[in-house]
Design a protein around this ligand. Sequence first.
Ligand code: NI
Length: 392
Amino acid sequence: MLTQIKDLAEKLAPRLIEIRRHIHAHPELSGQEYQTAAYVAGVLSSCGLHVEEAVGKTGVVGELTGKGQDSRRLAIRTDMDALPINEQTNLEFASRKPGVMHACGHDVHTTLGLGTAMILSQLEGGLPGNMRFIFQPAEEIAQGASWMVQDGAMRDVSHIFGVHVFPSIPARSLGIRYGALTAAADDLEIFITGESGHGARPHQAIDAIWIASQVITTLQQALSRTQNPLHPIVLTIGQISGGRAPNIIADQVRMAGTVRSLHPKTHADLPAWIENIVAQVCQTYGAKYTMNYRHGVPSVQNDPTLNQLLEAAAKEAWGGDRVQILEESSLGAEDFSLYLQHAPGTMFRLGVGDRDRPYYPLHHPLFEVDEAAIVTGVVTLAYASWLYWQGQ
Ligand code: NI
């Protein structure tokens, strides 16, 4: 079966590169993936899949019905949106839309979903079970997965695979992470209200700017002294504003930030922990506060059983030296975690780096991928899916 899958992938490779370049040249922002979705639906239909459009606003779902008796349903999720970045590569298929670029490799992900569907729909004798291909919109704004789930994309799904390109792993290799792959990412907003006054008479005022600085300092110090250092947390205040003039004590400060964590219990406990510190600092100096805390996406916790299957598939297909077991999680976020609230699954990192050219990170205007990764990705996904049906 591996030979058949590899042969199909090699045969399809020029077509898959054409698809990827088409999507790359026509990027669409989160929630506006109309052309991409229509294109995806067209390719899926031509492979004989049952296609549903406008799932989760601009998402697409393709169903491949198996010929066997296995009642389980395996899903593969890819994402379709691009970023508000002005592409600076000189590729002949560079973005034709100024200010919009596939700089996170979602063009490759979409191609991997399509390529895997093409291969699995052409297998001799068909598949033993049912597959669902989920093409989600709006991953970059961490909304698309929840839209898809709300529209039933995870109904009857037993397990799910996800994939993200990774420029620091060379093309033709991939990375598998046991445990947490990405972090939970929450939004934090704090308003501090003091009392205005003359800059020369601080004792007659309540200085919201100074109190805000105490809040930030106390939060950062308390993180290092009261939280388990083996459960990482990053708290970044990325925005702060307040004050009207150099000689007027500010009565209002707004701060906003992002809070990243890996451990589910830490994630659950963080809002109360942060609020307690904010409240105590404000109370000490007589300020008032309001805090808005929004739980964003949870951490991606990969399923060990599905990981073992993926590792076995990848090692058989490519050899052990092309399969890295990743030692570290990332504190980036990925809304794939929302699917994992409905079924166990795993997301792996597909190498797209090229040792011969300068390497640019994800979300960079010069980001490029080595397209050899596409065959690696589709063969790995298709063969791991095949092995899934061989197990019980
Ligand atoms: Ni991405």
